[in-house]
Design a protein. Structure first.
Length: 256
C-alpha cells in the first residue's frame, strides 16, 4: 500500500477495523474506532499471557461521555464478572490499558467510563465527585441491564476511588477496589467526605495504598481513611514502593 493511500478516509477506516494478528504464544489485539480524543485509536501491541483481548468503545453510554470496554472476546465475557472502573481526576481510561490487560480474563471484563470531557470545567469542580458518582450509578445500572453479569464490582484510582466508593453506597456491588483513593473535594482536598463515616455497603472491599506519598494524595484524605471506613473483613494493602500514578501508562504526574 502506498503512503498516500493511507490519507484516504475509507482506507483508514478499514485498517482500524482489522484484528491485528499475533505470533504463536502472544495475544491478538483488536482496537475499535475510538472517537473521543482521550480514547485514541492505536494498537496496544502484543499482550502476555496468551489471551485475545478486544478493546472497543460504546458510542452511546448512559451517564458517561464514552466508555472503554475491555474483554477477552470470549462468549463467557458477557456473563461472569464485570468491573466498572472510574479513572482518576483528568485521567483518561486509556491510560490504564496495561492495568486492564492484567485483569481481563474469559470470566472478567472491564467497563471504564470517561465521565466528563477534559477542560476548564473539572478544574473548578464541574462535575464534583458527588455528581460524577451520580452518573456512575447510571453506568452500573446500564451494565447490569445490558450485560447481565453474575457479579458487578466497582473500582477506581485516586478521585475515581472516591467515586467508586460513593457508587457502592447506592448500588451495593459484589466488590469494591479502591486504588490509592483520595477523598475530599477540589484539586487540593483538606477534609474527609466519602470516608468521613463508616461505609454503608457490605461488599467485599480491597483498599490499595501507595507507600510513596505525594501532593496528589495528601495524608489527610488518603487511603488510610478509606481503610478505616471500610466494611468489616476488608483488606488494606500498602505497596511500599508504589507512587500515586505508577499504574498509569501515560502522564503519571497528572493523576490526582
Amino acid at each position: 500500500m502506498r503512503a498516500r493511500d493511507l490519507r484516504q478516509p475509507h482506507v483508514r477506516r478499514r485498517l482500524r477495523a482489522r484484528t491485528r494478528s499475533a505470533p504463536p504464544g502472544a495475544a491478538a489485539v483488536q482496537v475499535g474506532r475510538l472517537r473521543h480524543p482521550d480514547l485514541r485509536s492505536e494498537p496496544l501491541g502484543l499482550l502476555s499471557p496468551p489471551r485475545r483481548f478486544v478493546f472497543a468503545t460504546a458510542t452511546v453510554f448512559p451517564g458517561a461521555v464514552r466508555a472503554l470496554l475491555v474483554d477477552s472476546g470470549s462468549p463467557e465475557a458477557h456473563g461472569g464478572r464485570v468491573v466498572v472502573f472510574f479513572a482518576g481526576f483528568m485521567v483518561s481510561p486509556w491510560s490504564y490499558r496495561s492495568l486492564f490487560a492484567s485483569i481481563v480474563s474469559d470470566q472478567t471484563s472491564i467497563v471504564a467510563p470517561q465521565m466528563y470531557r477534559r477542560g476548564p470545567g473539572p478544574l473548578i469542580g464541574r462535575p464534583s465527585a458527588i455528581q460524577e458518582a451520580e452518573h456512575g450509578v447510571q453506568v452500573v445500572d446500564h451494565v447490569i441491564a445490558t450485560r447481565h453479569p453474575d457479579e458487578v464490582w466497582v473500582a477506581g484510582h485516586s478521585r475515581g476511588g472516591q467515586v467508586a466508593w460513593r457508587v457502592a453506597e447506592h448500588v451495593g456491588p459484589d466488590g469494591v477496589i479502591a486504588i490509592d483513593p483520595v477523598d475530599g473535594a477540589g484539586r487540593r482536598p483538606t477534609a474527609l467526605a466519602a470516608a468521613a463515616e463508616p461505609a454503608t455497603f457490605g461488599s467485599r472491599t480491597l483498599v490499595i495504598g501507595a507507600g510513596v506519598g505525594g501532593k496528589c494524595a495528601p495524608d489527610v484524605v488518603n487511603h488510610r481513611h478509606f481503610a478505616a471506613a471500610a466494611p468489616p473483613g476488608s483488606t488494606h494493602t500498602v505497596i511500599a514502593s508504589m507512587g500515586h500514578g505508577d499504574m498509569l501508562d501515560d502522564r503519571p504526574a497528572k493523576a490526582s
